[in-house]
Design a protein around this ligand. Structure first.
Ligand code: NAD
Length: 306
């Protein structure tokens, strides 16, 4: 396959690129390097430094001629989406639409989308939330992701573009950016290794579904050749408090302090974890990495980078 990965210089995208190369696929990356790093893109990959909103994206499609597209480029920070909703929608809806339209114009055979299980369902009454749970996002980011899912459905109906939508849980692992506001595992690790006191919002009580990045990359690759027309959660199926994550990482880093506890921030939900039963059934995918092993790998990576 000839696979174009948008956001391939980022955290999840770069692991996806590695998984694709390991299977012998030909890969190209489009990334504007707003949070990604060129160093994460292997030399054998055709790299286009470009914004997904750029009209010139059509030239990349014309030059590389992808047969398959994994669309992972996004503004992915919930806080930024609350503070700059038009920017969030510009990238995550309008930019994504530019990618989708090019897929139709250039006869792409399959479109895989990085959506969110953490921000689409809001605060569901029943947990774990499965894919039948109504989408009631509580932030602009989740709303934009859900809106774009509707465009994907439309493009399947209008143009028969095959798709799979993967709604990831809270993805963590090596290469996650520890400097932003998103990516709690990387942020906590970085602070604790530096001997600095982390802040736990929601007084450490928010519950999330943590899924390891290698498992997510594997799901992306599997979706290229199966589960057409399906929407599914890619997650652990288990809820873990931020406080428990803090405790895991404290043990792994040897940090001796306590966190500062603060109220939850606008746009963030208190409790979400999702079911991965559909992914097991339809994609034959299950998460393989235990939380403690994944967190140990995350800490080892950040230690190594310092
Ligand atoms: P990331 O920020 O590491 O990766 C996003 C990549 O997209 C970066 O390399 C960035 O430079 C690039 N990018 C951003 N805006 C762009 C633009 N306008 N044009 C071109 N490139 C652009 O984040 P990530 O965690 O790897 O997220 C990848 C995808 O997975 C995103 O779509 C995100 O919404 C989705 N997702 C992530 C999580 C998570 O927990 N990390 C959970 C659910 C969904």
């Amino acid at each position: 396959m000839k696979v174009l990965v948008t956001g391939g210089a980022g955290f999840i995208g770069s692991h996806t690129v590695d998984a694709l190369l390991a299977e012998g696929h030909s890969v190209a990356v489009v990334d504007n390097l707003s949070s990604g790093r060129k160093a994460l893109v292997p030399d054998s990959v055709a790299f286009y430094e470009m914004d997904i909103r750029d009209e010139a994206l059509k030239d990349v499609f014309a030059a590389f001629k992808p047969t398959h597209v994994i669309h992972s480029a996004a503004q992915m920070d919930v806080r930024i989406s609350v503070l700059q909703p038009r920017f969030d929608a510009d990238v995550n809806v309008v930019g994504s639409l530019n990618v989708l339209q090019n897929c139709v114009d250039h006869d792409v055979k399959k479109f895989v989308f990085s959506s969110t299980g953490g921000a689409i369902y809001g605060e569901p009454e029943e947990l774990p939330a499965d894919e039948q749970c109504p989408a009631r996002p509580l932030c602009q980011y989740g709303t934009a992701k859900y809106a774009f899912e509707q465009y994907i459905g439309l493009y399947q109906r209008l143009y028969q573009l095959p798709f799979t939508i993967l709604r990831y849980g809270n993805v963590y692992g090596p290469r996650q950016n520890p400097h932003g506001e998103a990516g709690v595992c990387a942020i906590l690790t970085q602070l604790m290794l530096a001997g600095k006191q982390p802040v736990l919002y929601g007084f450490g009580e928010p519950v999330r579904d943590y899924v390891y990045v290698g498992d997510v990359a594997r799901a992306n690759v599997m979706a290229l050749s199966s589960a057409d027309g399906e929407i599914m959660n890619i997650c652990s199926g288990v809820g873990t408090t931020v406080r428990a994550i803090f405790d895991f990482i404290r043990e792994e880093t040897g940090f001796e302090g306590e966190p500062r506890l603060e109220p939850i921030r606008q746009g963030e939900v208190m409790r979400i974890f999702t079911s991965c039963e559909k992914a097991a059934r339809v994609l034959n995918w299950t998460p393989q990495t235990e939380l403690k092993d994944g967190l140990a790998a995350t800490v080892a990576y950040i230690k190594d980078e310092k």
